[in-house]
Design a protein around this ligand. Structure first.
Ligand code: NAP
Length: 256
């Protein structure tokens, strides 16, 4: 399937997996709608995408937690950008790593508001147009943490379990339309994810990846591109991928 001129909307495109996905689609000549909150980082990804071959790029400063802002951003897209072909619901984060019964309420709110409600808001704003146009693909970012929770991460893992259910529910609700729905569920990927989780503590973040070869964001982008590139009658429900040093969300081969 050719992505030339296709409109790909990626949330959380200012770094990590989202940015790598933007560059992967750019190299295929896609038109990119990129969204995130850090406008400066997004501008860097936008210019790299053009260098990689994107047909054009339109950036949106958007917090997925704000439903009105999300709906308004979609409603006010310039006409050449309205017919979104592929939505990559990637924006997400973890905050903190501690036992549930001493967890911080504000961390829980931020994770659930972003990973669950944000994903729902963007889906609600974009998918009706796909149904009307009779064309589209929603690709959600889940995690191995969604099927097997790890200690001290119950709320993040719960948010990704919710993503898995929402992904499967949406596919049922879209049955009878040509709109496809896919959940991409990686294990550990080296991005700013741990730096965000530990609120900028670089030393603690680096320890997460110590002694293992983690997935790179490009590996996940590759899986997204693959799922999106199947023939229109093929729906990839779920892709689970880990580094060879990881068996599931609990078990690592760590050289220390
Ligand atoms: P990352 O490098 O920290 O990137 C996260 C992206 O999400 C950033 O572009 C960030 O942009 C955006 N974002 C966060 N909150 C947002 C909000 N409220 N509104 C809009 N954008 C928001 O992390 P990553 O590893 O690439 O994570 C991407 C996705 O993969 C997440 O859903 C994550 O849960 C999932 N995942 C990651 C791993 C991993 O090990 N890294 C494993 C499995 C799944 P701004 O800050 O500029 O808004």
């Amino acid at each position: 399937m050719s992505f030339k001129g296709k409109i790909v909307f990626i949330t959380g495109a200012s770094g990590g997996i989202g940015a790598a996905t933007a560059l992967a689609f750019a190299a295929q000549g896609a038109k990119l709608l990129l969204a995130a909150r850090r406008a400066g980082k997004l501008a860097e990804v936008a210019s790299a995408a053009l260098e990689h071959g994107a047909a054009s790029v339109h950036s949106i400063d958007m917090d997925v937690r704000d439903y009105r802002a999300v709906q308004n951003a979609i409603d006010s897209l310039p006409p050449p950008w309205e017919a979104i072909d592929i939505l990559v619901n990637n924006a997400g984060l973890s905050r903190g790593l501690e036992k549930l019964y001493v967890g911080k309420i504000e961390d829980w709110d931020e994770m659930i508001d972003t990973n669950v409600k944000g994903l729902l808001y963007v889906t609600r704003a974009v998918v009706p147009g796909m149904v009307v146009r009779g064309h589209g693909h929603v690709i959600n970012l889940g995690s191995t943490a969604g099927s097997l929770p790890y200690p001290n991460g119950a709320v993040y893992c719960g948010s990704k379990a919710a993503e898995h259910s929402i992904n499967d529910g949406l596919r049922q609700d879209l049955l009878g339309t040509p709109v496809r729905v896919t959940s991409i569920e990686p294990g550990m990927v080296e991005t700013d994810f741990s730096l965000v989780r530990f609120r900028g503590d670089a030393e603690r973040a680096a320890k997460v990846y110590k002694g293992v070869t983690p997935l790179r964001p490009e590996d996940v982008a590759d899986a997204i591109l693959w799922a999106a590139g199947r023939p229109p009658h093929v729906n990839i429900a779920q892709v689970v991928l880990t580094t060879i040093d990881q068996a599931n969300s609990l078990l690592f081969n760590r050289q220390t």
